[in-house]
Write a protein that binds this ligand. Structure first.
Ligand code: ZN
Length: 310
């Protein structure tokens, strides 16, 4: 037996972001180690060079001589075709129609899985976290934008990368155009950016969603109003989701989950008021926090490795 065969196996997991990229080693059981962040590199056109990403994976794979790296898993924000391992469009990193899996395989010499950042986060919460053992769930990431990961009858919906865009459901409390071009999308009022914008709209002062949450806890009326609007939008969108797909659990993730105390009780009550015969979902905060995405990336890397063999 050589030293490679006896070394612990891991995949290099990467959660690629527009500003920061998170990297870790993920073991077969989903545990992550050496989680760290680097600044995302962009060229003069704002595009993240895939070769930079490949170099990052290779460098990470070679850093730990005690680990045998069997592959990589990369997750990206955007419309990601997981089956084809390609990126249809990812505005945050400047990509359009990139066969990312093929490029990284060639550049790194490793096999790997490609996925969507929020669906990977949902996968991690489903297999390792708050929703373990549940067959019907929605993972709702409230961050700069809003996206969802839907598990229905024990299967995560992919639909060519187009599933789960719950942030772009129209809700009646939203009265602005969205970055996507449509009018009245949920994420214009219920994302972290949406809460900050609502607060600024009411009192003219710019604050982060984190600061607005602190103010709301101290009874600030404008801050409470910003969360009331966000909660009304969330309740409307979730009621529609429940009618169609009846999740047992809705897991809230993303940066705004830090304000769950201002969101969950109100939204749970509003859902109760709206629904009739429907199954009421339990609302909960994800247990993996901001590491859900990178751990999900690792799970995708392992799935690919175990499916394709070595
Ligand atoms: Zn939109």
């Amino acid at each position: 037996m050589n030293s490679r065969a006896s070394a612990a196996e891991a995949v290099v997991a990467v959660d690629l972001g527009g500003t920061l990229t998170k990297i870790a080693y993920v073991a077969r059981d989903g545990t992550a180690s050496d989680i760290h962040r680097v600044d995302t590199l962009r060229d003069e056109h704002g595009v993240v060079p895939p070769e930079w990403l490949a170099g990052l994976i290779l460098q990470t794979a070679e850093t730990r001589s005690d680990l045998h790296v069997v592959g990589y898993g990369v997750v990206v924000p955007g419309i990601i075709d997981m089956a084809a391992r390609s990126v249809r469009v990812a505005p945050n990193v400047g990509w359009r129609n990139i066969p990312l899996g093929q490029v990284l395989d060639i550049e790194t010499g490793l096999p790997g899985g490609i996925g969507h950042d929020v669906r990977a986060g949902g996968l991690a919460e489903w297999r390792l976290g708050e929703a373990a053992g549940v067959d019907d769930l929605l993972f709702l990431a409230l961050g700069t934008g809003i996206a969802g990961a839907s598990v229905v009858d024990g299967r995560m919906l992919q639909v060519g990368g187009y599933a789960g865009e719950i942030g772009h459901l129209h809700v009646s409390v939203a009265d602005q155009h969205c970055a996507c071009g449509a009018y009245g999308c949920l994420e214009t009022v219920a994302s972290a950016a949406g809460v900050a914008r609502s607060y600024q709209h009411t009192c003219g002062v710019g604050r982060s969603a984190y600061e607005v949450a602190e103010l709301a806890r101290r009874g600030d009326q404008a801050a409470l109003q910003a969360f009331a609007v966000a909660n009304a939008g969330l309740a409307e969108a979730l009621a529609a989701y429940v009618v169609l797909l009846a999740p047992e659990v809705v897991i809230i993730g993303g940066g705004l989950s830090g304000a769950a105390d201002l969101i969950l009780p109100e939204v749970q009550q509003a859902l109760e008021d709206r629904l009739s015969f429907h199954r009421r979902p339990r609302l909960a905060i994800g247990t993996l926090g901001s590491d859900a995405g990178v751990r999900g990336a690792g799970l995708l890397g392992w799935d690919h490795h175990l499916r394709e063999g070595r």
